[in-house]
Design a protein around this ligand. Structure first.
Ligand code: SF4
Length: 738
């Protein structure tokens, strides 16, 4: 049989690189970057090669499992759905909809079937107990952006190809290629910035891989970002450096911000954040006096108790220095499909809010339809009306990825029913009564729903399945629809296709009104995510519309372009005011919720920092816990080591290569020490997603070098109160030789 060539968006991280995959006799023989891909131009990182490992992994589940007497046994799809139908409806009837919780993980963002059909299951269930990985690392950014610009995914992005100054805070895009910012080949783009005379400045408690190529790097105390950022804003006002530029007539609240930051002088915050006052002033001046400049901040600024404030102040800085919505500054992507900021009336909307309901035990407010995932264990453990008795997980492993995994693991074991959609029997799904496997990414079609809203360049790309799925493997959207049907009492035997047809027709009538017949006609012959995608592309800002002869995007057109690397829709362009969806039609620079929370930070400026704190870190070869089971990525030096500055090592009596015990009130772990001058003294670093030494899993490669789980040191009660995001950075620990 001759070789065939396929093009696929890499599903392994937010960079979404275009891959060229060669197949012979149904086996992948090579994976490389697709040089014509309009977004990534041939760039890939080492993780992409591991897609072959993932596809061929003997540990990857290829048929359902049912737990019988504590052992997961292989089952048919009919048996698995019958088991769910036997147990789930009585539970709902007896205890109500909130007794069933949903938890979804990061892989869902890379699967159009999950992203478009998970909401249908959530709607069918109607539970308030919805949890996701967003409250582990990104909700502060989404909440701050939502309050300022009117939608949760209206995130301002650095215009990296035209900026002359990029200030990166608490992020390591050289390893990640962007997070909440899809920017494949960050290294190449950063080098181009420097080659045209621009500067890259990094602020981080670790001299990261990004800091290593930067023009300047400054240490900051973990969790100190809000203080440094507020003092930078203070400096802008104090030195008359505020200039809003082209967005001046669309910004509310400048004077309120000036008043709110008045206590945050650089001198008053310097010891709290660890950045000297002259450095804070110099950074503010440099930002204000560079015509094309951008501030980008991520994980480190989100995973702390002031995560939403820090995320907000980043865009306050961008706005006050005239860098918001201008070329070379911060711009908003214009996604070809599925974006709320291209739908409805331009320039105005409902905005976002929080607290439509609250977590039963902690009282934490709902944010973007979710409760903090760190509330899940106590919602299971605590008796009373609304107690969580069943859980459906979708591509998530919170036992390893969420603070206090051991507590959550114990809680999961007490559930009346747990159902997991997952490709692995991992540390979380080992508790499931039924596991429903997904197709391998190479067996699935794809279009990025969320990432074009966060991409450095506008584009539309489609991936057809590279390999056919096994005959009895349903696509995930059908699995989700069947679960929804069981919840709705329609039965496990229902026809998922017929359900989908009926739902699409209902939704089309509701959303398109008089145009509904044209929508139905234009999308005839399609089904599932493909049909939703065709409708979204046609209705989008570059769309062909329905029934007209307009020359625009449709699924067919984007599919045809996939071999050529997709459709390039050009550089990001200024979009204010049309992209705003705030009720005022303005950028809300001073949302009351944030001004109020800033007083909490002001009262905390004088707190003495702990003598030793821990932070996480990103490695180019690992992103999620399951990547530790892929031989290509798992080989080489052990990556789950604790980085320690030599001064701290001497102070605590630990040495390079030896084991150290780290402990605090939450728990303890042992990890191998690696001395590193890259660490800020007083800060140690351990990557997340490790700890594969729990029984009952089927991760044979990961189990050989399990690593230590940083989350045993993290307190599940410690959150940013506004977004509900877990505090993962800057947690106090003690350290001693093991
Ligand atoms: S950076 Fe690597 S893992 Fe991420 S999308 Fe690109 S090739 Fe895939």
């Amino acid at each position: 049989m001759s070789d065939t060539t396929h093009h696929r968006i890499c599903p392994l991280c937010e960079a979404c690189c275009g891959l060229e995959i060669k197949v012979r006799d149904r086996r992948v023989i090579s994976i490389r970057g697709h040089k014509d891909d309009v977004l990534s131009r041939g760039y890939i990182c080492p993780k992409a090669i591991a897609l072959k490992d993932l596809h061929e992994d003997p540990d990857r589940l290829r048929s359902p499992r049912i737990r019988r007497n504590g052992v997961h046994v292989e089952a048919t799809w009919e048996e698995a759905f019958a088991e769910i139908e036997r147990r789930l409806p009585p539970l709902l009837a007896g205890h109500g909809r909130n007794a069933v919780a949903l938890a979804v993980g990061n892989p869902a963002a890379h699967k159009i079937g999950l992203l478009t059909y998970f909401p249908k299951l959530a709607r069918a269930l109607g539970t308030r107990n919805v949890f996701s990985a967003s409250t582990l690392d990104q909700m502060p950014k989404q909440l701050a952006s939502g309050l300022m610009f009117g939608h949760w995914l209206s995130v301002a992005l650095p215009d990296i190809s035209r900026t002359d100054l990029l200030l990166v805070i608490g992020a390591n895009p050289l390893a990640s290629n962007g997070s909440m910012w899809t920017v494949p080949d960050f290294r190449g783009k950063a080098k181009a910035l420097q080659a045209r005379g621009g500067r890259l400045i990094v602020i981080d408690p670790r001299r990261t891989e990004t800091a290593a190529i930067a023009d300047a790097h400054h240490f900051i105390r973990p969790g100190g970002d809000v203080f440094m950022l507020a003092a930078m804003v203070h400096t802008l006002f104090a030195e008359g450096l505020v200039s809003l530029g082209r967005v001046a007539s669309w910004v509310n609240g400048v004077r309120d911000v000036e008043a709110a930051v008045s206590p945050f002088t650089p001198e008053s915050v310097a010891s709290r954040c660890g950045v000297p006052a002259p450095t804070i002033r110099a950074l503010a001046r440099q930002l204000a006096t560079t015509p094309r400049a951008a501030v980008y901040a991520r994980i480190g600024t989100c995973t702390q108790e002031y995560g939403t404030l820090a995320s907000w102040l980043v865009d306050v800085l961008n706005t006050l220095t005239g860098h918001l919505d201008v070329e070379g500054g911060m711009l908003f992507a214009k996604s070809a499909a599925f974006a709320a900021n291209t739908a409805g009336k331009p320039g105005v909307g409902k905005g976002v809010g929080t607290g439509r309901h609250h977590a039963r035990v902690s009282g934490a407010p709902e944010v973007f339809g979710e409760l903090p995932i760190t509330c899940l264990a106590e919602e299971i453990e605590t008796p009373g009306q609304g107690q969580v008795r069943a859980l459906i997980t979708v591509g998530t492993n919170p036992v390893l990825s969420s603070p206090n995994g051991p507590r959550l693991s114990s809680a999961l074991e007490t559930l009346d029913l747990m159902i997991s959609l997952d490709i692995y029997l991992n540390e979380t799904t080992r508790h499931a009564d039924v596991i429903l496997p997904a197709p391998s990414p190479l067996e699935d079609l794809h279009y990025d729903v969320a990432f074009p809203q966060l991409s450095w360049r506008n584009h539309a790309r489609y991936s057809a399945p590279v390999l056919p799925p096994p005959q009895d493997q349903p696509p995930e959207w059908q699995t989700l629809l069947k679960l929804a049907a069981i919840v709705q009492g329609k039965g496990a035997q229902c026809d998922a296709n017929a359900l989908d047809d009926a739902q699409f027709e209902d939704d089309t009538q509701r959303m398109f009104g008089p145009e509904a017949d044209a929508v139905m006609a234009a999308t005839r012959g399609l089904r599932g995510p493909q049909r939703l995608l065709d409708a979204a592309l046609r209705a989008g800002p570059n769309g062909a519309g329905f029934g007209s002869e307009k020359d625009g995007l449709s699924l067919r057109k984007v599919m045809e372009a996939s071999a050529e690397g997709g459709i390039d829709l050009g550089e990001l362009q200024p979009r204010i005011p049309e992209m705003l969806r705030t009720p005022s039609g303005k950028v809300e620079l001073a949302p009351p919720l944030l001004l109020q929370d800033l007083q909490r930070a002001a009262a905390d400026v004088g707190r003495a920092p702990p003598s030793l704190v821990i932070i996480g870190r990103r490695d180019v070869r690992t992103n999620n816990s399951w990547m530790h089971n892929l031989p290509t990525l798992a080989k080489g030096p052990m990556r789950c080591t604790v980085l320690v500055h030599p001064e701290d090592a001497a102070r605590h009596g630990v040495s390079d290569g030896a084991l150290a015990t780290l402990r605090n009130g939450a728990g303890q772990l042992r990890a191998q020490v690696r001395l590193s001058l890259d660490m800020m003294p007083g800060v140690v670093s351990l990557p997340h997603g490790w700890g594969h030494d729990l029984p009952g899993t089927q991760l044979s490669v990961a189990a050989q070098r399990p690593g230590a789980n940083i989350n045993t040191l993290l307190d599940d009660q410690s959150r940013d109160p506004l977004s509900g995001n877990a505090v993962l950075s800057g947690v106090a620990v003690s350290m001693e030789p093991a």
